[in-house]
Design a protein around this ligand. Structure first.
Ligand SMILES: C[S@@+](CC[C@H](N)C(=O)[O-])C[C@H]1O[C@@H](n2cnc3c(N)ncnc32)[C@H](O)[C@@H]1O
Length: 240
């Protein structure tokens, strides 16, 4: 049984469980590109590397994954392998994932970009089945793009993931209504998967998240947000 998604008239996906929207009202792909992909210094940071690993909390509709894959696919200087790890307790249906890509605003990208991301979404949808709790690994682009999805509660599956991240996307629902995704123990588990220089991005500037990250050794910067949000967060792991 997949997680229900409610679609508002303007095409925005909402979670009835958390009573929150899946992404900014500026659009899911715009948020993915601006807040997460660019916020983590991509595509530049994967250039010159053989392998690059992204770790995400909250796979949701897969827009961050699809946007990262698309940025990788169109970068002539891309790394040889992109490995994307994500954690999700409540997987949505493939129909909702495809719908999310179809629902983007025309202002969110040119037609070629949208067409490419829609075709990547179809590839993801074609393997999206039987998502029982546990680890699921999917290979795309002749094995050059790997998605490892840990289905389960973040507190259980995140610490057990075997990965070292070059970039981290923190993308739970709003910290006030989804505290498990932003708890001290979740942030600690994230930090355990980081190395010096790992970049991190998120849409929230909640004080508890900023302070939690600082205490774990992240240098945190408030940046100009994607309108209508005023701010977003970028960070880099520099443990002492
Ligand atoms: C804002 S959405 C993520 C959007 C997603 N990154 C995308 O690109 O579409 C947050 C996600 O976190 C998941 N989530 C919330 N609480 C969780 C928990 N305790 N453990 C694991 N996943 C959780 C939700 O089910 C939801 O899919």
């Amino acid at each position: 049984m997949y997680e229900s998604v409610n679609w508002s008239e303007d095409g925005t996906p909402h979670s009835p469980r958390f009573m929150d929207r899946y992404h900014s009202c500026a659009g899911g792909l715009a948020q993915a590109e601006t807040v997460f992909v660019a916020g983590c210094g991509l595509p530049g940071n994967w250039r010159g590397k053989t392998q690059f690993t992204v770790l995400e909390t909250g796979f949701g509709l897969g827009l961050n994954f699809l946007s990262t894959w698309s940025a990788w696919e169109t970068d002539p200087q891309r790394c040889d392998q992109l490995h994307f790890y994500s954690v999700e307790a409540y997987p949505v249906s493939s129909a909702d994932m495809v719908r999310a890509v179809g629902a983007v605003a025309p202002s969110e990208g040119d037609k070629a970009d949208l067409g490419r991301i829609q075709s990547l979404a179809q590839q993801l949808a074609s393997v999206w089945q039987g998502l029982s709790p546990g680890i699921h690994t999917f290979h795309f682009a002749q094995g050059h793009v790997v998605l490892t999805l840990a289905v389960g509660e973040v507190g259980q599956v995140l610490p057990a993931l075997d990965c070292q991240a070059d970039a981290v996307f923190l993308d739970g629902f709003s910290p006030s209504i989804n505290p498990d995704m932003w708890s001290v123990s979740t942030l600690q588990a994230v930090a355990l998967h980081c190395r010096a220089g790992t970049t991190l991005a998120t849409y929230t500037i909640a004080k508890s998240v900023r302070e939690g990250l600082k205490q774990l050794g992240f240098l945190v910067t408030k940046c100009k947000g994607l309108p209508p949000k005023r701010d977003r967060l970028e960070a880099i792991f520099q443990p002492s």
